[in-house]
Write a protein that binds this ligand. Structure first.
Ligand code: PLP
Length: 409
């Protein structure tokens, strides 16, 4: 008899996006003429940079010649990309990360999910609330949690991210020992950023407690405010206690192409039950070489082109475009008297709707034909908020803002 992993049964059905799709479909069917604008999605809308396209075309041609054909690549990623990453994303910013600490992958979601294979089954995990669901669900699947009651899993530590703490929790709130904490800044869904002092507090906590920080920097490229850290490794001692995830999805429109990377510093350790320190980098190398055969050569050549002068200018222009979308929407909502976080250094706006998330979602859907994401879907503390995404065309953003103003004004 084939027994199933019953931990999967604990996972709350992906209520959020299924429910949104259901409500949008019902509304569209009732009003076939309605032109619906989707500000709910976390997917990019603008095409890839010309520099990336040219590099990928060339890489395709390489694959068509005997001399330049590439079969299986190195599991850790090609040196040409790892070296470009180490130099541009870290060393040029004065951050100590080397090319052999970079692991190229097909995206940050997989890496965020796969990394916990490296840890003991009984480690205690802490996540923010609201939260990117991947951190939670992957640990549920692994059996690290109890059942879900009232929107929260047993045996998981939730860190409230609220207006009171600026959506950045402090380790001072921990009431019990925690071994691993997931931090994501700039944050999805709140759009909040963490200061260096706030991240340093977590690094100091992790070092003092032999704990590990899993830092998701998928939105790093949206940071424009000087002084906001781009990497956890800007903090003193972070190399001893943090793994960082990056993605080209939001940075360069790679949501469909698929590429990202993870940084596992040399010297970063975990512990055996007997208390013996074990380096995590060889563990991750082992995991990737066993279960992952690398990201395609064509994709990695495309990612490399992001670091050329043209690639940098083009991808920056696209992000500036999304940030301008965010600003247009934020200004409009502030003018309407709403409290809004994010939209600066982030493509997401987190709007206090002064009421129920789903009721507000329904109002905007039915009266403005605008789709948002109810904050309650990201966790208990998301109740009372909606997330609005800046990934859209300017025409749609302006149209949506005008419609929202009409409904809420
Ligand atoms: C979009 C996103 C990612 C990136 O995922 P990919 O698999 O690289 O597309 C990672 N973390 C968060 C929080 C995200 O929103």
């Amino acid at each position: 008899m084939i027994r199933v992993n019953e931990n999967y049964l604990k996972i709350q059905a992906s209520y959020l996006f299924t429910e949104i799709a259901h409500r949008v479909k019902a509304h569209q069917e009732a009003h076939p003429e309605a032109k619906i604008i989707r500000l709910g999605i976390g997917d990019v809308t603008e095409p890839l940079a010309p520099a990336v396209i040219a590099a990928m075309h060339k890489a395709v041609d390489d694959e068509g010649t005997r001399e330049n054909f590439h079969g299986y690549g190195p599991e850790q990623g090609y040196a040409f990309l790892r070296e470009a990453v180490a130099k541009n994303d870290f060393q040029d910013r004065g951050i100590n990360v080397a090319a052999d600490e970079i692991f190229i992958s097909d995206g940050a979601k997989c890496d965020c999910g796969n990394i916990q294979e490296l840890f003991g089954a009984d480690v205690k995990i802490a996540v923010g609330d609201p939260v990117y669901p991947v951190y939670v669900d992957t640990n549920v699947m692994a059996g690290r949690t109890g059942i879900n009651a009232d929107g929260r899993y047993g045996n998981l530590v939730y860190l409230d991210c609220t207006a009171e703490n600026g959506y950045v929790p402090s380790p001072a709130v921990l009431k019990e020992p925690v071994d691993v904490v997931y931090l994501c800044y700039p944050n999805n869904p709140t759009g909040a950023v963490a200061t260096k002092a706030q991240l340093q507090e977590w690094v100091d906590w992790a070092r003092a407690n032999k704990a590990l920080i899993l830092f998701d920097a998928a939105y790093e490229a949206f940071i424009r405010t000087p002084g906001i850290p781009h990497s956890i490794y800007e903090c003193d001692g972070a190399r001893e206690c943090a793994i960082e995830f990056r993605s080209y999805s939001k940075t360069a429109g790679f949501t469909g192409v698929r590429c990202g990377y993870t940084v596992v510093p040399k010297g970063l350790v975990g512990y055996t039950a007997a208390g013996e320190a074990v380096e995590l980098r060889p563990f991750w190398t082992r995991r990737q070489t066993t279960k992952f055969n690398g990201c395609s050569y064509v994709t990695q050549r495309g990612a490399e082109a992001i670091y050329t002068p043209e690639g940098k200018a083009q991808t920056k222009a696209t992000i500036d475009f999304y940030l301008e979308n965010a600003k247009i929407m934020k200004d409009a909502l502030l003018k309407l008297g709403y409290n809004v976080t994010g939209g600066v250094d982030s493509p997401y706006l987190w709007v206090n709707v002064k009421g129920d998330s789903w009721e507000f979602f329904d109002k905007l859907l039915k009266e403005a034909n605008v789709v948002t994401t109810p904050g309650a879907g990201f966790g208990k503390d998301g109740q009372g908020y909606i997330r609005i995404s800046a990934f859209n065309s300017r025409a749609n953003v302006e149209d949506a803002v005008a419609r929202i103003a009409k409904v809420l004004g």
